[in-house]
Design a binder for this molecule. Structure first.
Ligand code: SAM
Ligand code: DTB
Ligand code: SF4
Length: 347
């Protein structure tokens, strides 16, 4: 079994990223096979539940209110509309439903609605994920209590490059939210974006931050920048696709148990590049014709690609009510036992 480390130095990671390509891919595929079925892929569907007019100034984002991207803004969707979209995602085979909002943080008045969304999606037997911006500890606890499985909060790039991309929030605040998510008992989805003009050292810095978290994120989305007209990054140079593959392979080696997601940017990638990324250890994708506001490959196309590669979508471990009932029973039982012990001590 691979050693799980949380003390990576930047230089070690940069050395992995710049190894001879085949040596890197061979190691990544070996680590991958030691921990996962190499032919299974986890599929999540995204829905934008509140679109555009975001107060943050993330230079990559079509939803920032600071840029003119001709995106139609939309206020928080009705709970029933979200559940309808979740049903449709389940019908095409998604096992996780990720709801994203263009907020700096959720407001007190919106929390009851997002909580209803979590409960409703969960009741369908889908895993739930949300990305709503910064959370305070109470909001993290409330979401966890509602049954939210994953919270997505990306670090996006290295700490040094961060201020060239975003000025309205800090890296430290992002890490703080991830801490609240963990403390509340939820799983973490955290990754970044490549192709924003960053250096190899910045890509190493992003991976270092993720891999040195106290517990590795269960899900690590690696996005290729989707260049959107009107954003400050619309004309940034193309990243060499092999650098993208190298970053995925390195993420796989650093975080052997995490699902590494080939996230945004698949619409602009060839099938062959995607296949190489899966070989490098990516085992999760966003699935369905839309990301949040930009296009994603059609599900039929993805099915065909899976077929050509002999891959299959990973089934969710069946949500088993009897296990849940047993756990609740066990919990009540031990609570009762400790109450009796307290009673006995009092007499
Ligand atoms: N507003 C919340 C936040 O930023 O935390 C949640 C939604 S935000 C759209 C979720 C993530 O999408 C961002 O952290 C970023 O990594 C990714 N993203 C946004 N625009 C993108 C783009 N043009 N290309 C690739 N990824 C992008
Ligand atoms: C993540 O890492 N990528 C997703 C999800 N988490 C929320 C978002 C990608 C957004 C791409 C641009 C858009 O469609 O607006
Ligand atoms: Fe707002 Fe999130 Fe887009 Fe940044 S990435 S502008 S926080 S929606």
């Amino acid at each position: 079994m691979t050693e799980i480390r949380h003390d990576w130095h930047r230089g070690e990671i940069e050395a992995l990223l710049t190894r001879p390509f085949h040596d890197l891919l061979y190691e990544a595929q070996s680590v991958h096979r030691a921990h996962f079925d190499p032919n299974a892929i986890q599929v999540s569907t995204l829905l934008s539940i509140k679109t555009g007019a975001c107060p943050e100034d993330c230079k990559y984002c079509p939803q920032s209110g600071h840029y003119n991207t001709s995106l139609e803004r939309q206020k928080l969707l009705q709970v029933e509309k979200v559940l309808e979209e979740a049903r449709a995602a389940k019908a095409i085979g998604a096992t996780r439903f990720c709801m994203g909002a263009a907020w700096k943080h959720p407001s007190a008045k919106d929390m009851p609605y997002v909580i209803e969304m979590v409960k409703g999606v969960r009741a369908m037997g889908l895993e739930t994920c949300m990305t709503l911006g910064r959370l305070n500890p109470q909001q993290a606890n409330d979401l966890a209590e509602a049954g939210l499985d994953y919270y997505n909060h990306n670090l996006d790039t290295s700490p040094e490059y961060y201020s060239s991309i975003i000025t309205t929030r800090t890296y430290a605040e992002r890490l703080e939210t991830l801490g609240h998510v963990r403390d509340a008992g939820m799983k973490i989805c955290a990754g970044g974006i490549l192709g924003m003009g960053e250096s190899v050292n910045d890509r190493a810095g992003l991976l270092q931050q993720l891999a040195n978290l106290p517990v590795h994120p269960e899900s690590v989305p690696i996005n290729m920048l989707v260049r959107v007209k009107g954003t400050p990054l619309e004309n940034v140079d193309d990243l060499d696709p092999l650098e993208f593959v190298r970053t995925v392979a390195t993420a796989r080696i650093l975080m052997p148990h995490s699902r590494v997601r080939l996230a945004a940017g698949r619409e602009q990638m060839s099938d062959e590049l995607q296949a190489m990324t899966f070989f490098a250890g990516a085992n999760s994708i966003f699935y369905g014709q839309r990301l949040l506001t930009t296009p994603n490959p059609e599900s039929d196309h993805d099915h065909l690609l899976f077929k050509r590669l002999g891959m299959h979508p990973e089934q969710r471990e069946e949500f088993d009510d009897s296990t849940l009932d047993a756990a609740i029973h066990e919990n009540l039982h031990s609570q009762r036992v400790s109450e009796l012990a307290v009673d006995a001590a009092a007499h």
